[in-house]
Design a protein around this ligand. Structure first.
Ligand code: UDP
Ligand code: MG
Length: 315
């Protein structure tokens, strides 16, 4: 029997938790080839989320819960769930039923076909939230332009993963986590399942515009050193301009009657200072890039398949 853990990050979800368990359990109960365990992560809720989790755990042997000392954010909740999971497969889904439990059997078919991951992608965006939608699509454009990992737009944190992929994700031990980037970074074969957006019927969204902006910024800085590299480019560009201007000023000075004006010497000095400063920052940026990469302590590679058996000389 394949074991499967369902990780559910929850922050102030007292209104939906019972409905979530009822509906999801109804689906998983019909999948007889799998044995499911629910891991609810209470991310420092201030309402009755934790007592409800305890009640669910008392009534149902397949329910586990983890409760944080304060609100650490959804990323931390997902990470805690993954760290405590032991199943052959892991499902991550939101508590608010915006990730339709009815999709689990369909997505599981992808895993049975041999994919490492089956993930959901939203077809339509939230209605009536134009600014947020524009912001989100701009974020994906900028981020995919700047970073080496490509994040599919509208991907949500609803996915089924095999154990090797989960272990790979856990090898990325960085503190400031940006899962959408991490899922893309580790690679592995993912099958995508599009679905129509479901409105939240119970409770309210836990994200403010400010929190989303902060999250987007950390997403870019966690996966891209392009802004640092830009400094070297700008420095070289500025020095180029300084060089051309100085050359022009000198040539003009040599030709009688032609002049770039009284301030040309001052402009030369300013351009050179600007260029050299920018270039120096670029050099610092290059070193910071190295520190940044080393500090992340990411694995140098991840193996998906090999015929080398651990502990043997493989002859
Ligand atoms: N969540 C969390 N910690 C937070 C914010 C959200 O664990 O600080 C959980 C929340 O309970 C829900 C999921 O993350 O299960 C997605 O949150 P939400 O539905 O508010 O986001 P949206 O669907 O609006 O993007
Ligand atoms: Mg939601």
């Amino acid at each position: 029997m394949t074991t499967c853990d369902i990780i559910v990050p929850c922050y102030n979800e007292e209104e939906v938790l019972h409905a979530f368990y009822r509906e999801t359990h109804h689906v998983t109960d019909s999948m007889k080839n799998y044995s499911f365990t629910y891991i609810f992560v209470d991310d420092g809720s201030r309402d009755h989320t934790l007592p409800i989790m305890r009640e669910l755990a008392e009534q149902n042997p397949d329910v586990r819960y983890i409760s944080f000392s304060r609100n650490f954010g959804k990323e931390a909740a997902m990470y805690a769930g993954l760290t405590h999971s032991t199943g052959d497969l892991v499902i991550i889904m939101d508590a608010d039923l915006q990730h339709p439990p009815a999709m689990i059997p369909t997505m599981m078919e992808g895993i049975e076909e041999g994919y490492d991951c089956a993930a959901a992608r939203r077809l339509t965006r939230d209605k009536g939230n134009g600014l947020q939608n524009l912001f989100s699509s701009t974020f994906y454009k900028i981020s995919n332009m700047l970073t080496e990992v490509k994040m599919p737009q509208n991907a949500v944190d609803f996915r089924i993963m095999r154990r090797p992929m989960v272990d790979a994700i856990l090898k990325l031990s960085e503190v400031e986590r940006f899962s959408k980037g991490i899922f893309a970074w580790v690679g592995y074969e993912t099958k995508w399942y599009p679905y129509e957006n479901v409105e939240r019927t119970l409770g309210t969204t836990k994200w403010s515009f400010r929190a989303l902006l902060r999250y987007a910024m950390s997403g870019i800085t966690a996966f891209s050193v392009a802004p640092l590299k830009l400094l070297s480019g700008l420095g070289i560009f500025m020095c180029g301009i300084a060089f051309v201007y100085t050359l022009t000023a000198v040539i003009c000075g040599l030709i009688p009657g032609v002049s770039l004006g009284d301030n040309s010497a001052l402009i030369c000095v300013l351009l050179w200072i600007g260029g050299i400063l920018e270039l120096s920052m670029g050099v610092l940026g290059e070193y910071m890039t190295h520190i940044y990469r080393e500090a992340k302590d990411r694995p140098v590679y991840l193996i998906r398949q090999t015929n080398i058996v651990a502990g043997s000389d493989n002859k």
